[in-house]
Design a protein around this ligand. Structure first.
Ligand code: WTA
Length: 651
């Protein structure tokens, strides 16, 4: 029995009829997938083309101290050949990528699989000519342009490992990532237009490379043609070289467990971790989730509005869709440029069938009025999706009524950089939606709710605790680049025998999962993951700052905003000017996405006698929730709290 009938949204009969997976098939497939993963994945692994087929399917161990994850380990394949070459015979002239530029008046590009093949080969040959070899790391710092996809696939083609750094990150953040993964080369663009504004990517890269080995080369995509500085011998015009490079480049046979990419993501402590994904399992999982979660059918136009700098862009703009021979849309711009109708204009223009975005984008558009949606013909849409954070009921209803006209399934997909693909999500033809719930697990995923203190599984429904996964799935990250111990400590130490997600979660009477947000010191700002520790270390790097503590607080549009408590050095005056200066400082240290929303001067921070900052209290003060501060008796100096509250109220 469903516990809340008026808030359940079932797919239409028509949708179910055409769906890959209907209600009965979901249960049947799910049961096999978790009871007999070898058979299930052994079968589904065949969706890829293997140069040497695998004989072993699953070889995984979650025991702390011995964590090891291998899928299809003796199989040999090439990821780029799976995303491009194998489609040439059947769909060479089909559009692989639709590129919609930032400027709505600039012409969209339709890149066929044949053209994609040629571009990827040429780019691969350029990389080879620059001395990039199998296993070498290549950092990609590009805007949302087709060259980003060419670069990813070119790396995959020759067995190099890419690491994309979101184009909104600062030179410092870029330098740290180049150094951490020991990249041989960075690929960037001259400048990047976005929402009508221009980011100077090449000059950011120049600034970053000052902190890197002078052996690192810089390939520059001349995208806008804007003038940039040029260092002969280091900087290379990649488009010019592609023109003269050979249009063919044999794909290199790679082991299923060879790394495909590293993607840095924030955790609760220390610097961002390089999440490592490998070739076979990741691609099987990205492709399978793209097909089943979105009920993608041959010929559909699929649009994921994320950026390739995040995992969502990796799995659902490039790898998943292209492995399935889909038409995938790449959008360079932002939802509000030139106006709040842009998403819907693009859906109409390219007859998009599945649209996947973040709740923060929906919330930003909601405030602009329904007319921006109503103007456009959205009849091509068959399904909507969200990712990145829990979706609030207002945003869900708006998305459902205005965009979906009350008729389309909405898939709320819970997953992480670490998981490679969707973990908890409705299978749209089978699982009715409840607004705000990611519903039920994807095939092969065994989510459990653990008691946060005891680490034991809470059986039965309803249940509330922390979310962990009891067994491996093919898309799981394999390690932290260069630090397997950190991988084990982060995900397998606290709750032995499980992968710990870092999220809190509730399971309702019907077994539906409701993510309640992070239980660690990670905040989710506009769907971007950020470690509060990163912002704190940026703040304390400023000469006037003695100490800083950063917490998240509820923000209408961003989901969470960044709230900073700052203690200044002795003798430094707290002025508005200094606040502005600190905001700017954090922007340049990390990037615009980390800009503080609030800075509160804090003469002292609430600490335990052992010196640990009590963030729980700081969170409550930031939320203006003084009644629920909880136990403050363990504080070294409880009067600090009164001062902070007083300051907060006077703001
Ligand atoms: C959050 C993005 C609720 C969650 C793919 C997770 C979500 C973190 C959802 C991962 C969702 C992601 N509902 N929360 N549908 N999707 N999250 O690594 O806290 O950037 O741990 O991966 O985002 O963020 P990441």
């Amino acid at each position: 029995m469903l516990d809340n009938p008026e808030n359940i949204y079932k797919p239409s009969a028509e949708f179910i009829q055409n769906a890959h997976v209907g209600p009965d098939k979901y249960k049947e497939m799910y049961t096999v997938s978790v009871e007999d993963p070898e058979t299930f994945w052994g079968e589904h692994g065949k969706r890829l083309d293997w140069i040497e087929p695998y004989t072993k399917v699953k070889n995984t161990c979650f025991d702390f101290g011995k964590v090891s994850i291998k899928w299809f380990e003796d199989g040999v394949l090439n990821v780029a050949a799976n995303c491009v070459d194998r489609h040439l015979a059947t769909r060479g002239d089909q559009t692989a990528i639709i590129f919609e530029p930032d400027d709505p008046n600039a012409e969209a590009q339709h890149i066929t699989y044949k053209e994609l093949h040629e571009k990827v080969c040429r780019m691969a040959n350029v990389l080879l000519s620059q001395g990039v070899m199998r296993g070498d790391r290549v950092v990609i710092y590009l805007p949302m342009i087709p060259e980003a996809a060419y670069a990813m696939l070119a790396c995959a083609r020759i067995g190099a490992v890419h690491s994309i750094v979101f184009a909104g990150f600062s030179p410092d953040a870029l330098a740290n990532r180049i150094n951490d993964c020991g990249a041989k080369l960075v690929i960037t663009a001259d400048t990047a237009p976005r929402g009508g504004r221009v980011t100077a990517l090449k000059s950011n890269t120049d600034a970053a490379l000052l902190h890197c080995s002078d052996k690192v080369r810089c390939l520059v995509v001349k995208h806008t043609g804007d003038q940039t500085t040029w260092i002969d011998g280091r900087d290379v015009d990649v488009k010019a070289l592609m023109e003269t490079a050979a249009p063919d480049c044999p794909p290199r046979p790679m082991g299923a467990e060879d790394p495909l990419f590293i993607l840095y993501t924030s955790g609760s402590t220390g610097k961002p971790k390089g999440v490592v994904h490998t070739s076979g399992g990741y691609l099987v999982y990205a492709a399978m989730t793209q097909e089943y979660t979105f009920d993608y059918h041959d010929g559909d136009v699929f649009w994921c509005s994320a950026d390739v700098g995040w995992v969502t862009g990796h799995s659902y703009i490039v790898y998943g869709p292209l492995a399935n021979g889909a038409t995938t849309l790449m959008f360079e711009g932002v939802p509000t440029y030139p106006d709040a109708g842009r998403f819907w204009a693009v859906c109409e223009k390219h007859k998009v069938n599945q649209f996947y975005t973040a709740p923060t984008a929906i919330r930003a558009l909601m405030g602009q009025g329904p007319e921006w949606v109503e103007k456009y013909d959205l009849s091509s849409l068959k399904l909507l999706g969200t990712v990145g954070e829990p979706i609030n009921p207002e945003a869900w209803n708006w998305y459902n009524e205005l965009v979906g006209k009350g008729k389309l399934p909405i898939v709320d997909t819970w997953w992480q950089t670490e998981t490679g693909g969707h973990m908890i999500t409705p299978i749209p033809g089978a699982v009715p939606a409840k607004p705000g719930s990611a519903t039920l697990p994807f095939f092969g995923v065994k989510p459990v709710i653990l008691d946060a203190e005891k680490g034991t599984e809470i059986e039965g429904n309803p249940a509330e605790g922390v979310l962990a996964i009891a067994d491996s799935w093919p898309g799981q990250m394999r390690t932290v680049w260069g630090d397997h111990e950190r991988f084990e400590a982060t995900y397998f130490q606290q709750y032995k025998g499980y992968y710990f997600s870092g999220d809190g979660c509730r399971r309702d009477e019907d077994g539906y999962f409701w993510i309640t947000g992070r239980v660690d010191d990670v905040i989710n700002v506009s769907g971007h993951r950020m470690g509060t520790a990163e912002v704190e270390s940026a703040l304390v790097a400023h000469a006037d700052v003695a100490e800083a503590a950063v917490v998240g607080f509820p923000h209408d549009i961003k989901g969470q905003g960044i709230y900073c408590y700052v203690t200044l050095m002795n003798g430094i005056e707290p002025t508005d000017e200094l606040k502005k200066d600190l905001e700017k400082w954090v922007r340049t240290e990390i990037g615009p996405i980390a800009k503080p929303d609030h800075i509160q001067w804090a003469p002292g921070l609430p600490k335990t006698r052992s010196g640990k900052i009590m963030r729980r209290i700081l969170r409550k003060i930031a939320e203006n929730d003084y009644g629920a501060l909880g136990d403050t008796s363990t504080l070294a100096d409880p009067s600090v709290v009164d001062d902070l509250i007083e300051n907060r109220m006077n703001k």
